[in-house]
Design a protein around this ligand. Sequence first.
Ligand SMILES: [Zn+2]
Length: 381
Amino acid sequence: MTRLSSTFLADGRELMYFDDAGTAPRDPASLEDHRALPPRAEPGEVRFDALSRDWVAVAAHRQSRTHLPPADQCPICPTTPENPSEIPAPDYDVVVFENRFPSLGPATGKLPEAAGHSGWGHSAPAYGRCEVVSFTPQHTGSFAELSEQRARTVIEAWAQRTDALSALPGIKQVFPFENRGAEIGVTLHHPHGQIYAYPYITPRAEVLASAAAAHFERSGGTETLAASILGAERNDGSRMVLEAEHFSAYVPFAARWPLEIHLVPHRHVPDLAALNGSERDELAAVYLELLKRLDRLYPTPTPYISAWYQAPLEPSLRASGQLHLQLTSPRRAADKLKFLAGSEAAMGAFINDTTPEAVAERLRTVASPALKDTLPEGARA
Ligand SMILES: [Zn+2]
């Protein structure tokens, strides 16, 4: 079992060490933050956009956040005498802590119902929580280079945080994600991800959740939309990337991005916390494999956004919701990125210059040879 030890940083932020299964108990000294930190800022605000009926977080204090610091000042490397970092311990496996420059929180609470807003000028405190997940004490490298055991520990951390954040007052959606690559705005090189706990359902999650709820209702509560789509993709086969015992991955029929992979569990589960032990074990292997394949497509690492869609916490959307991963990259050639311009950025209307079938074919070609021995028959490319 992964070992969890919780503590609080000097300014009151929560920090949790998730140590790999089988490691020795943590020295209590590694739980103490000896820095003098200024008090935490009050939450920013969320403003209601009456045109689109979306909430927008306004967080001006984030302008002063750390931006690509040199390695010897990295805030998520383990603490040394020269660099008293955010992580008090001299070593760790995986660590999760509250972001010092959050766009949401630290206060939590219930937002006024958006449905009640008809006009201009509504705002509320930016309730919620933003956490940082450091995947490794090593400053360089990437998630794809983690051992399977370490990836499993990260999954344990995601699941535990999903469970804990879902229980906070007013939280409507928990979103674990990773931005990888300076090309897409990463502000720290150290391999890490984030978890946002929103006090509202995000616009994209709302669209997906209502499509999922409509399908579930039409089927009389017998089939999720995700299961229906996965079944169709498996029958067709031309866009399948990987099929394992508990998870399958494919390039979606109507992919928006030059590189886009959806990874779906075969069992109907709302979130990462609902995955059982064997599903989590397999996820570690399968997720690492997908990330490695992305990096084998070109001579240099591929920037990506890894986004976990979990069922929103609204009771009416819970039964129809299905956990899945959307792994996307704007990379369309070795030296070209797709920019979101007029049609995409203004209208949300995507134009994809690659065909999903050709992308899937390329992603099958770069499968790990070793996979053939470690994953079930179906996963072999
Ligand atoms: Zn670092």
